[in-house]
Write a protein that binds this ligand. Structure first.
Ligand SMILES: [Zn+2]
Length: 268
């Protein structure tokens, strides 16, 4: 990070902190909860592949997607999300990945599914990605990236103008401007990801319950993928060394879902 990046970073952090936030009331976790989750993850067996072929994995994705689609309408309604028509794309390649993009589009790779033990875990991945859409994270991430890029570019211009008195080669100026905007954009996206991951997990717990999945079995996903965090490129666990806090929050969310009369998440 060069000298001019420091004020830019501080300003970006302030701007992003001001607009960060989830639309749902997320479970509060204690330090103790995180420590317990951490011990459990450390003691869990290493991730291994499950004996199923690509056709069977595709069938699992199709069945889970259909069950979850029916479970989404009440939550979409509550969050003001439309159209609430999810397109779940199965990619047969070996990449260990899943992500949400565009308008209600979800991509899930065979390379990830082959590590998932049950349909409950497959459904948990899809429900998590649906959660990103329902909470409007795709648009927010783009807005944040744009806001980060703009703030960075403005600061770059101001710093260069002050340093050179306005006498700067335009080509040099423009290449610096572009890279400052890119750095700003990536800071913008990263600043949001942690709370968004938590919110997508929270929504997933309600979707899975509504679709009749076993929340105890789905929990295996958080244990296993957290253990492998850093080795995998999934949207769910790649943006930060994620982990024990997500598992701890999952358990609290499940207790909340189990006690819920209407199976609707808490909004802020
Ligand atoms: Zn995610």
């Amino acid at each position: 990070m060069g000298a001019w990046h420091l004020p830019a970073f501080v300003a970006l952090s302030l701007v992003l902190a001001a607009c960060a936030g989830s639309m749902h009331e997320l479970p509060l976790i204690s330090q103790d909860d995180v420590l317990h989750a951490s011990d459990e993850i450390a003691a869990a067996p290493e991730l291994h592949t499950v004996r199923r072929n690509t056709g069977q994995n595709l069938a699992l994705v199709q069945r889970a997607s259909a069950r979850l689609q029916n479970a989404t309408f009440a939550l979409c309604n509550q969050a003001g999300h439309s159209p609430c028509q999810f397109e779940v794309v199965f990619d047969p390649s070996d990449e260990v990945n899943a992500y949400a993009s565009g308008t209600d589009r979800i991509v899930i790779y065979d390379g990830l599914i082959k590590y998932l033990a049950t349909e409950d875990e497959v459904a948990a991945v899809i429900a998590h990605e649906m959660g990103h859409h329902i909470a409007g994270h795709i648009e927010k991430a783009q807005d944040n990236a744009s806001a980060g890029a703009v703030v960075s570019a403005i600061l770059y211009t101001a710093v260069i103008a002050a340093a050179t008195g306005g006498n700067v080669d335009p080509d040099v100026f423009n290449s610096g401007l572009n890279s400052s905007a890119q750095i700003g954009a990536s800071i913008g996206q990263l600043s949001y990801s942690k709370e968004h991951e938590r919110e997508a997990d929270y929504i997933a717990a309600y979707l899975l319950a509504r679709a009749g999945y076993d929340l105890g079995r789905a929990r295996g996903l958080w244990v296993q993928l957290t253990k492998s965090s850093g080795n995998m490129q999934t949207d769910m666990f790649d943006t930060h060394p994620s982990g024990p806090d997500r598992l701890a929050a999952w358990d609290i969310a499940v207790a909340e879902v189990t006690a819920s009369d209407d199976l609707l998440p808490e909004m802020k």
